[in-house]
Design a protein around this ligand. Structure first.
Ligand code: RUG
Length: 845
């Protein structure tokens, strides 16, 4: 219909919405204005935090104009939209990124300086928004940046956790301690509460099937919780396009307490309120849901609150999507023509039965009509093939919390089985998704059968998805349903923002606008010829050196440690997990330590100096991972204090790894380690970040390492270890034909014995960790140790040839174009979602 707006005089409205290009004076005026009004603080008595808050509010004003224009344009043009459902969005800090994307960084830096502040200090005031565990959540954040930058109509949907990922502290004994992360305590200028956008979400109660032959049911009773929307603006780079990330907060329903109060049950009312608010209280601190096989039960197993989080978020998001779709006046059958929903891992799989419920119970569609819509709307990304990490929910739990959904899941299962039988699939049991004793729902199977496409996150991984966990679905549904989208990273944050000097050198060298290569990262290839240019190499390496000094300075100011910068910086930063094999790395460090101790002073002089950095959190219940941290910290204590070796080898565990810490570590790295057991790391994304910043890669033939090597050339990466097809066999050998480590790998046996003997203290505390290697060695430490050590020696040798090393570094950066998240998001948009860019006018409508 005809637009009903604006009220009054349109010219007056437009004049009010007009924005002018901000100059430095406009910036300072706006900041001072916010100090006085929004913050109600004294202009002449302001600290860094106040300056940050005022600067953030000022930047937010600019974002809001673009955000409004973008949303209004979408509403008017009604393009097909995509929605990215993710339980985690690991955003990090916003101010710097927002200013760079808006093109206002220089003006703000000037303006802030005129007001007596230093921009870097101001930026440092912001707390990370750490609503994620690791790669999966950071990927979601990179995809939002790229969607907005590519002007794609994409919204994110997630939860507004009151507490993000825990803060990691390290005790004097080297133990990880966890403290809460009350990140909202200082207020959050980047979110807009939408107290008017709310939905009632039901839990428990009863589902009564109607016997009118329609298959409909009525779900009633139980608990109702209110979902309240908070919007986060996502600015695109060098465009007005500003997308939305909508996060839900749970609250007691309005008037929830009236009945209880009337009945004189005050405590009952307060309890109900607590249980409603608890849903979005805290991010579950586990990636990969579980621990290693056979050693512990899954961490989420049967965790009712986690199930409630998943449903609360998917139900609120779907209700919101449905309301927007209906407001556009479309017929329900057109739903998949206007809506694509990406399921980030199995966490939002309940969206599948939930949409079935809405279509059947509320919209009166038949089962077949509803199923056609559902299977044309959803897309599922798998992020792991580790069997122990695949989500399963006990049937009795779902039955209790979501009785209607359990009925629908049974119906989907039954229909699937009938189809399978008629397709002569060999082993129906394998594809069943309600299975086991007690019965469980396998969420990956449900996500797969309910989606239009299923993808993995790197070529090897996508292949493994098709040949292992979803093999029978490939047989049943055809291989064309399955695909690959190799992960990507945003070059705005992971080069321009975190490594401004390198970014400036690249722009100067390529002789094109920064905005050109940052939007088409393949342009970096233009750097290749400069690898042969000595003067350029000198500039390149001087920047790396300054980034090392920046890191050393950071460590000194935050931890009081003095780090030498005339050494190779060797970095492994990621969640602590057995499959990622931080153990292999620390055992390698110990091996090196003893080798150094045996050397004469003459021999030592020829040694490549090395500073080894670790950072990463362990899931609080993951005992072996916590022991690994403890070992690293205590080895560091011994090595760094040993006068025989400390000049040649230093070791640091940097506590409380975060996006912001990564932004300092990555540009400073000469080499980084990505050394998972082959076939276990789906992709990895920090490998891409290091290489983009000219750090070389030491890794196994796994995940995206393989594609990085394909791009940059095998001679510019350091690969080692057994390949994926060998892994099963080796595990079998460990179990049924074990060879003592003394025989199989004497240098490793020596290292393990030194730890056991107490050289690094601990009084036997490390035995459970060492036993994982001595016994079944599921992650193949004993098989890969020799080739790991040999490869480290090759790295040393290569580093000593400084000029060659810099050439490798330049060539690596030059060939990283493929790994921009712009490329990845365009693949999703074109091959899966079928959405198109919508251009947004600058300066308001
Ligand atoms: O472990 C994977 C990484 O390899 C990958 O790069 C990242 C993004 O795709 O996702 C990680 N991941 C997998 N996080 N959680 C899971 C399993 O639930």
């Amino acid at each position: 219909g005809k637009d009903q707006w604006p009220r009054g005089d349109e010219g007056v409205w437009r004049d009010g919405m007009r924005t002018v290009d901000k100059d430095v004076q406009a910036v300072t005026r706006s900041i001072v204005g916010h100090v006085q009004t929004s913050l109600a603080r004294q202009a002449y008595n302001l600290d860094n935090l106040g300056a940050y808050q005022a600067a953030a509010l000022s930047a937010r004003d600019d974002l809001l104009v673009n955000w409004n224009t973008t949303q209004l344009t979408f509403t008017r043009k009604q393009p097909k939209r995509a929605y990215y459902l993710s339980l985690e969005f690991l955003m990090g800090r916003t101010l710097d990124n927002a200013l760079l994307n808006l093109g206002l960084k220089d003006k703000f830096t000037d303006g802030v300086q005129k007001l007596g502040f230093n921009m870097e200090d101001v930026i440092e005031q912001e707390r990370d928004a750490a609503l994620g565990n690791g790669g999966l959540g950071r990927l979601a954040a990179c995809y939002l940046d790229s969607s907005a930058s590519q002007e794609l109509p994409v919204w994110g949907y997630g939860l507004r956790y009151k507490y993000g990922i825990f803060q990691q502290l390290i005790s004097p004994q080297g133990e990880q301690l966890e403290a809460p992360d009350p990140w909202l305590d200082n207020q959050n200028p980047w979110e807009l509460p939408r107290l008017d956008v709310t939905y009632d979400i039901r839990f428990y109660g009863r589902a009564d099937r109607l016997d009118d032959g329609t298959g409909r049911a009525v779900w009633h009773g139980g608990q109702e919780v209110l979902a309240v929307a908070y919007d986060v603006m996502i600015p695109g780079y060098d465009t007005a396009s500003t997308n939305n990330l909508r996060l839900w907060e749970s609250k007691p329903q309005r008037g929830f307490d009236l009945n209880s109060f009337n009945a004189g049950n005050y405590e009952g009312a307060v309890e109900a309120s607590n249980s409603a608010s608890a849903i979005t209280s805290v991010l579950y601190p586990n990636d990969h849901t579980t621990c290693a096989p056979n050693r512990s039960i899954p961490i989420h197993f049967g965790k009712e609150l986690r199930l409630k989080q998943q449903y609360f978020w998917t139900a609120a998001s779907l209700a919101d999507i449905m309301r927007r779709f209906k407001n556009a006046g479309k017929n329900i059958r057109e739903f998949p023509d206007f809506v694509a929903i990406q399921l980030n891992d199995t966490h939002p799989t309940l969206a599948i039965p939930e949409l079935m419920r809405i279509l059947i119970d509320d919209e009166d569609l038949t089962w077949d009509q509803a199923w056609t819509i559902v299977t044309n709307t959803f897309f599922y990304t798998n992020h792991t093939v580790l069997p122990e990490a695949l989500e399963k929910w006990p049937v009795p739990l779902i039955e209790n919390v979501l009785p209607r959904h359990m009925q629908i899941i049974y119906d989907i299962s039954m229909n699937g089985q009938v189809l399978l039988a008629s397709n002569h699939v060999s082993d129906i049991q394998l594809t069943a998704f309600v299975e086991g004793q007690p019965k469980q729902v396998r969420m990956a199977h449900l996500a797969c059968i309910g989606s239009r496409k299923v993808n993995g996150v790197a070529e090897l991984h996508s292949e493994l998805v098709q040949t292992t966990i979803l093999k029978d679905f490939v047989e049943f549904e055809g291989v064309s349903k399955f695909g690959n989208v190799t992960n990507g990273i945003t070059p705005r944050r992971w080069l321009d923002q975190c490594n401004p000097e390198l970014s400036a050198l690249i722009t100067k060298t390529l002789k094109i606008e920064k905005s050109v290569w940052l939007k088409d990262l393949t342009k970096l290839e233009g750097l290749l010829p400069f690898a042969e240019d000595k003067a350029f190499r000198a500039q390149w390496s001087a920047i790396k050196q300054r980034n090392k000094e920046r890191l050393a300075h950071h460590v000194q100011t935050t931890l009081g440690l003095i780090i030498r910068t005339d050494a190779m910086f060797d970095v492994q930063i990621k969640r602590i997990h057995e499959y990622k094999r931080q153990t292999l790395n620390i055992l390698g460090v110990i091996h090196r330590y003893f080798a150094l101790k045996k050397m004469t002073p003459e021999e030592k002089k020829k040694v490549n100096r090395r500073v080894v950095f670790f950072a990463g959190k362990a899931a609080p219940a993951y005992y072996i991972a916590k022991l690994t941290i403890r070992l690293i910290v205590n080895v560091a204590r011994v090595i760094n204090a040993d006068p025989d070796t400390k000049e040649y080898l230093q070791l640091y565990f940097l506590p409380d790894y975060s996006v912001s810490l990564a932004e300092v570590l990555i540009p400073a790295s000469d080499i980084s380690q990505h050394i998972s057991t082959a076939g276990t790391e789906a992709s990895g994304t920090s490998n891409m970040k290091f290489c983009l910043n000219g750090g070389l890669l030491l890794g196994t033939v796994d995940g995206a390492n393989i594609e990085i090597a394909e791009e940059v050339g095998e001679n510019n990466v350091f690969f080692f270890g057994h390949l994926t097809p060998a892994v099963e066999d080796l595990r079998y050998q460990h179990l049924y034909h074990p060879v003592p480590i003394e025989e199989k790998c004497p240098p490793l046996a020596f290292v393990l014995n030194q730890i056991s003997a107490g050289v690094f203290g601990g009084d036997g505390v490390y035995e459970p960790l060492l036993n994982t290697i001595r016994q079944s060695d599921y992650y193949l430490i004993t098989d890969d140790f020799d080739s790991y050590i040999a490869t480290l020696e090759m790295v040393d040798e290569a580093y000593l040839d400084k000029e060659e090393w810099i050439k490798k570094s330049i060539r690596t950066t030059a060939k990283m174009g493929k790994f921009s998240s712009d490329r990845a998001i365009n693949e999703y948009a074109e091959s899966y979602w079928n959405i198109e860019p919508v251009s947004i006018p600058t300066g308001g409508l």
